[in-house]
Design a protein around this ligand. Sequence first.
Ligand SMILES: C[S@@+](CC[C@H](N)C(=O)[O-])C[C@H]1O[C@@H](n2cnc3c(N)ncnc32)[C@H](O)[C@@H]1O
Length: 693
Amino acid sequence: MQPEAAEHQPQAATEAAPLAAEAATGQQDASSSGPCPTDAPPSGVAGSEAADKVPPPDPNDPAVQMRINNLSKWATVKDVKHLLERRLGLTGVRKVRKISNQDYAFVYFQSAQERLAADSGINGHKWKGSVLSTAQAKPLDPDRHLKREREGGEGQGGKRVCAQQAGGRGRGGSGEAGEAGGAAAARTAADAAAPLHRLEYAAQLEQKQHFVEKALRRLPREMQVAARSDTQRERWRMPWLSQERLNQRHGLPCPVAPVLPAAATHGYRNKCEFTLGRDEDGSVAVGFTLGTVSHEGFWRAMLARQSFAHADGPPELLLCVAVQAAGLPEEQVASELARLREAFVAPLDPPVRLSLAVRRGAPPGEYKHAGEPAEAEGVETVLGREYIEETLLGLSFRISPDAFFQVNTLGAESLLTLLRAQCSLGPDSVLLDVCCGTGTIGLAMARSVKRVIGIESNAQAVADAAANAARNGITNAEFICAKAEQATRQVLERLTPSELDSLVAIVDPPRAGLHPDVVKALRRCAPLRRLLFVACHAPAFVTNAVSFCRPTSPSFAGVPFELVQAWPIDLFPHTPHCELVTLLERSDLVAEREAAQEAAQAAKQAQAVQTQAAEAASTPTDAAEGGAVGAAAAEGALGAPEESALSRAISSAQAVVASAASVPAGEAEGAAHDHKQHAAQRPLLAEADGAKV
Ligand SMILES: C[S@@+](CC[C@H](N)C(=O)[O-])C[C@H]1O[C@@H](n2cnc3c(N)ncnc32)[C@H](O)[C@@H]1O
């Protein structure tokens, strides 16, 4: 996988997702739009319980299937299941099919997300002396029964014909066989690159909401798992994750907004990445790593259908073709590229401003040890300019082929707008933009703050970020080229006390999440009280959240954070992926704010009590009843933590009632007192439960 795709977005194949979906339009089988494989559970039901009630996905849906290669020939189904579930900790494995004496197996997952999540766990894992790899399982040919019949039928000695052999290899070519192959291939590629393309957009959003919430629901459990002993587990049971609080939020650790839909669901990409390498039969091919398709017609369909929702001028498209390291002769690569350029890129209609870059490196999807994406060897621009330009919230950005930039420009604007609204910046603020890429987040906020500091490991992206600041006339932003795990602590240590006091951090790490040393550095910086986390993979975020939220220890110094709110945003229609923004605040800040809110609430209710009691007093015959109403209103102040606020409210109600001439003071006092007793007990009981009321 190209480094950029590997780092932040789930699969190389998804780089071209919506285009693939477009390519598939008209070819897909309408009857295949089955039920959403992972319908949202009814509220209040834990994800895992609900999953049992969700109708199983269609096992023929390629989005839930995978082929695992390089297994031991002698491994049994049980061995493979054990490997996946116990050793690799994968979830949603529904069925494993393996024939002994073969070195591969087919695995069916509960959902497309679980299937995609499994990719990174399995690829590169060494098992029984072999390095495992995954591939997209090819869908069964819907006409296979007819074909069998045509060839003599099963049971009559007829030869079994599988889809791949029947023209589904997708090598294009000419004539009828080529066309048929192309159609089958496009369907396969669309399924690989845009697994949700068969679902209505509303159902896609529902699925994403469910996926994000399911991941977030794991946080309390993950905290308990991370605690090593019973004593620790007790300490790790944070009040904000108490059972009572979780029950109130249907198991979620914080409120989760509905997924913000994409403004454009088609043609939203500003970048497409393909792989030029050898196909399974050894011929040179361009296509997606996860798809089986490599044929030219598909390429042409994708490019021709490219359209941009936000194109003010000529739309720009950055095409990256990654050339696999493994054994492609130079001249073959050159001639293949020249052919592609002549045949498909040059005559593009409508024209797009195009940058076609070739990246030489390891095959996409290939990881070094410890999850490090394999380095590309270098980028060569073979057509167009060195970079493309995009506009975000009125700012102009240049983007080099190797630099990260959100592939969905309109979506990136929504993301920035959300971040701007939630980070409470002021003119004195210092914004730390961790994993800043080409500087989008920091530069979008630069005019509202005193200073922006970006940290980014990709040199090309850092050069772009500096150039982007200059081209937008921004002078208060600096960008540091370093790994965040190495630089964050020093950067924070160099800030002045006044800068620290107005520090806000936004972290936007790659898919794997933040390095633990970044979390430790941020936690240790006591003045940093609010943090926005942008995650493109919710499960990885949960792992980081455990480190942010665990109790203080020598390694994880500083007051723990709490999750305050989550906002999923759909930047990748037709794929299972979803950007997730979360606000984390220090526990003591949350406690202060809650106390202030509760006091304000109590004061408001006290005011209401006084008003009601005054009204009651002005109607002498109803005064006793008024006293009771006033006290009942005071009871409504149950949320108030401070008994004093309640007492004051009720006392003043009593005073007003007692002063009503026609009613003996003792009567009104008695009614109010009963309510006060009752009301005062509840916060104490709740406190004993460890809950905040
Ligand atoms: C999801 S992108 C976010 C980029 C940027 N915030 C944006 O919105 O355009 C993650 C970025 O983190 C960078 N990155 C990856 N590993 C890093 C590390 N260890 N330290 C700093 N940056 C890293 C990647 O190069 C990439 O630019």
